[in-house]
Design a binder for this molecule. Structure first.
Ligand SMILES: NC(=O)c1ccc[n+]([C@@H]2O[C@H](COP(=O)([O-])OP(=O)(O)OC[C@H]3O[C@@H](n4cnc5c(N)ncnc54)[C@H](O)[C@@H]3O)[C@@H](O)[C@H]2O)c1
Length: 477
């Protein structure tokens, strides 16, 4: 028996279907190599859905997404639908409702500048030599964009416009836990961006970040004011790894970071939900760019952003780190070999089509054994990171939504020893052991489901059941 991941595939408009085709081929090859199943269900969205049904997000599409473990999205929109009333246009009537419906509260946008493409960056060569990768984590459902009151009215004969910035502590805790959890699997450096010298919201933000930092002592937390952050990204991009910030600042800074890489066709993104869907953290994965109508239908779009979106989905929704790393490695090798789509082409490199780029990356996916050898360094690092996690105290869960929160970790240099119980810290030395975080996540959902069904039990029994289930699944793989 192997695991089956149910994925809603929404290719959308413009270059969407072209780049999605390459991503799906690659996903299917990964499933074959790593012996998992994907149940892919395509639905119309955006302009294509308007043409067919009159709605940018038809009921059937939403139902497909609801029944899935994750959404693989491409992009929507184009000149054909620009004359529609704003509320009916593809982006506003499809993407925003999807974000809202699935409570997608965290937007992850890696700004990836590969060494071979650093010439595309508008920054001075000495600042980007060797490339960089900064992961920008933006809070997506709070702050100025959604706070009430909001609106425009006339007061004392003058028109005034009001937007209100509101953050609840639980909203900040939720995104902070996620940011720390991601930072500890990378370089363990987290920069929190705020405007604490002016805004009440930022004072709360900073205080919560500091509080949550105590749960993750292996991660070094620093704070930057947003105006300074905007400058430091340009001055020294290579010194950053993970950045977390609120909605408005994240909107602006993630675009600045994307611009610093110089190649929008390379940048994926993830919008993570509250994890209520099955056992997996629900997410919507899509390229950072749009539907690029100027090049649609020509077979020249860069499929890498869509392909790397698949890698993000496997990592963040399905915890298939090894497979995600394999995809990223295949992309790096293809770029290192000199293949380029038109958007990233330069003299001396080989110009290829969307399909040729997809096929080349596909061909560079290693077999399981080779991949293990090649990815040994990264896997070792991740395993070491997970071994260092030890459940030592319980802290408040962030609004029932990030189940991996109630842990405190030991500094990464310290290894823990396993006892063989359900609560044993994981990343165990045995090959077929579920990780501590996998058990914790599964136990959380088992507990939630048990409670909602009114079945008696306790946390320990949830952990035992979670560990048994995961071991059985791993053994069957
Ligand atoms: N998430 C989404 O669905 C999303 C996001 C942004 C824009 N849009 C929509 O897309 C349409 C076009 O918007 P835009 O032109 O402002 O932004 P865009 O990102 O579609 O295009 C900007 C430039 O980047 C290029 N580009 C983008 N992705 C590329 C790729 N994968 N390969 C090669 N080149 C690529 C385009 O050719 C264009 O020159 C609009 O209708 C807009 O509303 C949708």
């Amino acid at each position: 028996m192997s695991l089956t991941y149910k994925i809603a595939v929404l290719a959308g408009d413009g270059i969407g279907p072209e780049v999605m085709a390459e991503a799906i081929d690659l996903l299917q090859k990964c499933a074959e190599l790593d012996r998992f199943q994907v149940d892919l269900n395509e639905s119309l969205v955006g302009g294509a859905a308007i043409d067919a049904t009159g709605k940018a997000l038809p009921k059937e599409t939403l139902a497909n997404c609801e029944a899935s473990d994750a959404i693989l999205f491409s992009s929507v929109g184009g000149p054909k639908w620009e004359r529609l009333p704003p509320g009916e246009q593809p982006e506003r009537a499809a993407l925003l409702p999807l974000r809202k419906h699935f409570h997608l509260f965290a937007n992850l946008r890696p700004a990836l500048c590969l060494p071979e493409l650093s010439a595309a960056s508008p920054l001075r060569p000495d600042l980007v030599q060797g490339g960089f990768e900064i992961l920008c984590i933006r809070e997506l459902t709070g702050g100025l964009y959604f706070g009430q009151p909001k609106g425009t009215r006339v007061e004392h004969g003058e028109t005034i416009a009001i937007d209100t910035m509101v953050y609840r502590k639980s909203e900040v805790e939720r995104i902070a836990h996620l940011a720390f959890q991601i930072a500890r699997t990378r370089k363990r450096k987290l920069v929190s961006v705020d405007k604490a010298n002016v805004l009440e919201n930022s004072l709360l933000w900073r205080a919560v970040l500091k509080e949550i930092a105590a749960v993750y002592p292996a991660v070094e937390l620093t704070h930057l004011l947003v105006d300074n952050a905007a400058m430091q990204f340009i001055r020294a991009p290579k010194t950053f790894d993970v950045v977390v910030t609120e909605n408005l600042f994240g909107d602006i800074l993630s675009d600045e970071l994307a611009m610093l890489t110089g190649s929008i066709g390379m940048l994926p993104s993830a919008s993570l939900g509250t994890g209520q869907h099955g056992f997996y953290r629900f997410g919507l994965y899509e390229p950072s760019g749009g539907s690029a109508p100027d090049i649609a239908g020509q077979g020249i779009a860069n499929p890498i952003a869509q392909i790397l979106s698949v890698a993000m989905m496997l990592r963040y929704s399905f915890e298939l780190e090894e497979t995600a790393a394999r995809i990223e490695s295949a992309v790096r090798k293809t770029i290192a070999k000199g293949l380029r789509t038109k958007d990233i082409w330069s003299v001396g490199t080989k110009l290829v089509s969307t399909k040729e780029m997809g096929d080349e990356i596909n061909g560079k996916l290693l077999t399981r054994n080779n991949c293990k050898m090649e990815g040994e360094e990264k896997s070792k690092k991740v395993a070491k990171e997970k071994r260092s996690v030890k459940k030592s105290k319980t802290v408040a869960l962030p609004a029932k939504e990030i189940p991996a929160a109630p842990v405190a970790e030991k500094p990464a240099t310290r290894k823990t020893t396993g006892s063989g119980t359900a609560k044993r810290p994981a990343g165990s030395s045995k090959a077929k052991e579920p990780s501590y975080e996998q058990v914790q996540l599964r136990a959380y959902f088992i507990g939630e489901r048990r409670k909602s069904l009114g079945i008696p039990g306790d946390e320990t029994s949830d952990w035992v059941q979670a560990e048994l289930e995961l071991k059985a699944e791993l053994a069957a793989k």
